[in-house]
Design a protein around this ligand. Structure first.
Ligand SMILES: C[S@@+](CC[C@H](N)C(=O)[O-])C[C@H]1O[C@@H](n2cnc3c(N)ncnc32)[C@H](O)[C@@H]1O
Length: 188
């Protein structure tokens, strides 16, 4: 089965935990424009978003703590003959500390109570012009107080995109986007 058919199958059998179609499409469109070399994802679940990322990036690393979900993701990626995604089993907070490469895109979609810590660690792994996406920023807002407090006090640029269950975009430096539609959208 090719990747497109595998994605279609996962979409026909969409699970509550999957990134919404509109959020996925938005991130993919940004990726098509900036052509990321490397994407990091925190929270693989069944591999749906990782498989999508594999279409737009040379390399994808996805972190998953749950044994069952890890196996499911591996199964779905293997079915699609996907060989540019590596799923690392373990607690994201521990695994992130072992990563040395820099990433152009990072998706935070793991344990909500750890979002602030993911963000802090992700910033160290993000390329200068890289982007962080954070899912569930509306649906789980009441569990993300620490994350929002951190964000508001930071010098980061951030914007709620109001897609799916809430999708936030975060960047360290906006100068690279000057003149684009995307630039106008952030922090306005
Ligand atoms: C919302 S789902 C991810 C959905 C996936 N990004 C997608 O769109 O298909 C969250 C996943 O994060 C995993 N997770 C939760 N806590 C974690 C942790 N501490 N480290 C790594 N993964 C974790 C869960 O097991 C679950 O599979």
């Amino acid at each position: 089965m090719n990747k497109y058919n595998a994605i279609k199958q996962l979409e026909l059998n969409r699970q509550e935990m999957n990134l919404s179609k509109e959020s996925m499409e938005f991130i993919l469109n940004i990726c098509r424009a900036i052509k990321p070399e490397r994407i990091l994802e925190i929270g693989a679940f069944n591999g749906y978003s990782a498989l999508n990322f594999s279409l737009v990036s040379k390399e994808v690393i996805s972190l998953e703590v749950d044994e069952e979900n890890f196996k499911l993701a591996e199964e779905n990626l293997n079915k699609a003959d996907c060989n540019n995604v590596k799923i690392i089993k373990g607690t994201a907070l521990e695994t992130i500390k072992t990563l040395n490469d820099k990433f152009d895109i990072i998706l935070i979609d793991g344990r909500k109570s750890e979002y602030k810590n993911y963000l802090e660690l992700s910033l160290k792994l993000l390329n200068k012009n890289g982007l962080i996406f954070v899912d569930n920023t509306i649906s789980h807002k009441n569990r993300l107080k620490e994350f929002f407090d951190y964000l508001i006090k930071s010098n980061l640029y951030f914007k709620e995109l109001n897609l799916g269950k809430g999708l936030m975009i975060i960047s360290k430096d906006l100068s690279v986007y000057k003149g684009t539609k995307f630039y106008c959208n952030i922090n306005t």
